[in-house]
Design a binder for this molecule. Structure first.
Ligand code: PSV
Ligand code: MN
Length: 390
């Protein structure tokens, strides 16, 4: 018997990779309270160990993104070795130019050249780290913006930003990329220097092939059609990757696929449609989440599963039937093709895939039974738990 459609879908799902963020394993919260949890990592090594658990139970999350300086270590070679020993890789390096006192009026767009220099030197240091960790991507998010009309000059700030980005792009070698993330607002409230995909895209165009846009699903105005942005960026070959999470109101950083699984399906359908999945795709699927009130490792496992479920449904869309309906102007027929795929229960298929990969078909249950959660609570006593700013 030849390959069935289901075999093709399973082959893609088997190869899909989802990167988890080191900061998801640390303590987090809101500006009102950070709740500590027992067993939380004290350093980057322990975060990598927790990420390895997510990979062990899902089989599709072999890399962990770092955030510098939250994950600063004396010897990145040692961290790589430790990760490799656990079957893990260091993924995207996230720069942090938003937590020093100097950045009160911005980082690379700051009116003070000395602050801009400080910020740029951090970005370049992140590339040095990438050289050691073998990371492909540098993810840049800027908290830069203003709170009041007239506070600073929009145009001047754009030029300062462009200068810094150009210096970073120039420093990249091999296959290294610069991924530029946009965010509608927060922490700046009046204007943000990279507020939307259009601004990020304009900068990336200027920077050339090494630069691409990151879509953080939590960084849009309510009601924004994110899948349209995804489709457009993919078509323009400027979609570098995702920071997946979900939101009800703003940048909530909740588990991807939890608030609106249908939106995640629509996004993944456009990824599939645009050729963003599978061998050779430049799109990286990262999670950017915090688990403020729920357990962290199972929160990441659940999130990875949510992405897999949305992907499976997107892959099940009958593209030929959809195209026929679209070309025939059959509005209801086309919509029904999409909904048929969305309404499919893909959990049994994913359970079979996991069994085939030598994994437990039930990652959540298997993790709970593993005892790892209890073990780290016993072992990780003393020291300073990792958290925002730590
Ligand atoms: C900013 O809100 C952001 O989405 C950026 O990706 C940061 O690096 C990350 O969150 C920090 O949690
Ligand atoms: Mn993000």
């Amino acid at each position: 018997m030849g390959m069935t459609r289901q075999d093709d879908v399973l082959a893609v799902l088997r190869d899909q990779r989802i990167e988890t963020p080191s900061w998801a394993y640390g303590n987090s919260g809101t500006r009102f309270k950070v709740f500590g949890q027992p067993g939380v990592p004290r350093n980057a090594f322990e975060k990598v160990a927790d990420a390895a658990q997510v990979h062990a139970f899902t089989g599709v999350a072999p890399s962990v993104a770092l955030h510098i300086p939250w994950d600063e270590v004396d010897d990145y070679g040692k961290l790589v070795k430790f990760a490799t020993g656990l079957g893990m890789q260091i993924g995207t390096i996230n720069a942090n130019v938003f937590q020093r006192d100097e950045y009160r009026l911005g980082s690379v767009a700051n009116p003070d050249p000395a602050v801009r220099k400080l910020a740029l030197s951090h970005l370049l240091e992140c590339v040095d780290i990438m050289d050691v960790t073998g990371s492909n991507d540098l993810k840049l998010w800027f908290a830069d913006g203003t709170n009041y009309p007239g506070q600073d000059d929009f145009r001047a700030r754009q030029e300062r930003l462009a200068d810094a980005l150009a210096s970073v792009a120039e420093r990249l070698t091999g296959g290294q990329r610069l991924l530029l993330e946009y965010k509608l607002f927060e922490p700046a409230f009046y204007h943000t220097d990279v507020p939307d995909w259009g601004t990020a895209y304009a900068h990336c165009l200027r920077l050339g092939d090494r630069a691409a846009v990151v879509v953080d699903t939590g960084h849009h105005a309510p009601g924004t059609n994110i899948e349209f942005i995804v489709s457009l960026l993919l078509g323009a070959r400027k979609l570098g990757g995702f920071d997946f999470n979900s939101r009800f109101y703003a940048d909530d950083d909740l588990m991807v696929g939890a608030a609106d699984p249908f939106q995640l399906f629509r996004i993944m359908y456009e990824v599939v449609r645009g050729g963003g999945l599978g061998a050779g795709s430049p799109v990286v699927f990262m999670l950017d989440q915090c688990h403020n009130v729920e357990a962290k490792i199972p929160g990441e496992i659940r999130s990875v599963m949510n992405v897999q479920e949305a992907t499976a449904k997107a892959l099940l869309v009958d593209r030929d039937a959809l195209t026929s309906a679209q070309l025939a102007g059959d509005v209801l027929g086309a919509n029904a093709v999409l909904m048929d795929a969305y309404d499919t229960d893909v959990r049994p298929m994913l359970a079979d895939l996991r069994a085939d990969m030598g994994l437990d078909p039930d990652p959540m249950g298997a993790y709970a039974r593993s005892g790892y959660g209890e073990q780290i609570q016993r072992d990780r006593v003393g020291g300073q738990q990792a958290g925002w700013g730590a």
